[in-house]
Design a protein around this ligand. Structure first.
Ligand SMILES: [Zn+2]
Length: 249
């Protein structure tokens, strides 16, 4: 397995580096053109995706040394080598619990697994040794080598996580009973997921401009939910702020 080096400007952001992952998904969030990724990592992420029947969202893949330092990453981070990804897994409008995903990743043979939060985990393919960490306690946070014991979960908890992707044929239903209530629930889960997703690097200067000019004001707690959809009432408010700003200029 190899570490591949590609450039966004040459291969294109949408260039597929595995059947379901694009080059831009592994790119450093500071907008750096060069992207490093491990083919072994991408193969394992594909297997994880298949195992749970969900979408694997990469929050942070390759990081330049400078960016890694800036965000306070571990100095010997596998991210810097293109061998790591911090991910969430989304299925049916919900984010799957990271505790169970840590156990699953351990069973699947990811050399490095770190619990980040209820919805996110670190995965890597370090060439030597294993890493099983609780990153809430810093990068060295040790879980004693076994996420199952650490989180008090067993194999059957994990089986439930993967059962949906591999349903028993006899139990397969023709149609899921979809009610308005259920749909709203799923949609709300999806919207929450979008609201929590980090903004893309390409829009950084646009976002800064919009904030500095008072067009976007966030929720008062510093959250701008940049990956959320915009309603017409929000659009009306932004249009008015823009018009008033132009009057002032
Ligand atoms: Zn990480």
């Amino acid at each position: 397995m190899a570490i591949i080096t590609k450039r966004l400007s040459v291969s294109g952001r949408d260039h597929l580096i595995s059947p379901h992952f694009k080059l831009a998904e592994m790119a450093c969030r500071d907008g750096t053109d060069t992207v490093l990724y491990s083919t072994e990592l991408m193969a394992l992420l594909e297997r994880l995706r298949e195992a749970v029947g969900g979408a694997v969202v990469i929050h942070s893949g390759y990081r330049t040394a400078a960016y890694n330092k800036k965000i306070g990453g571990a100095s010997l981070s596998q991210h810097v080598k293109g061998r790591a990804a911090d991910v969430s897994v989304l299925r049916d409008g919900s984010v799957l619990p990271a505790k169970k995903l840590c156990c699953l990743a351990q069973t699947m043979g990811f050399p490095g697994v770190g619990y980040i939060s209820g919805t996110a985990l670190h995965l890597d393919v370090r060439p030597e040794g294993l890493y099983r960490g609780d990153e809430r306690k810093g990068y060295g946070g040790n879980v004693g080598g076994d996420f199952y014991r650490y989180f008090g979960l067993n194999e059957s908890d994990i089986a439930a996580l993967t059962a949906k992707a591999n349903p028993a044929p006899a139990e397969e239903k023709e149609e899921t009973d979809m009610t308005q209530e259920r749909f709203n629930e799923l949609m709300e889960g999806y919207l929450r997921f979008r609201a929590a997703a980090p903004a893309s690097a390409w829009s950084e200067s646009d976002r800064r401009w919009a904030e500095e000019n008072g067009l976007f004001r966030g929720d008062g707690a510093g959250n701008f939910a940049y990956r959320s959809f915009c309603t017409r009432e929000e659009l009306a408010a932004v249009a008015r702020r823009l018009a008033e700003r132009e009057k002032r200029d």
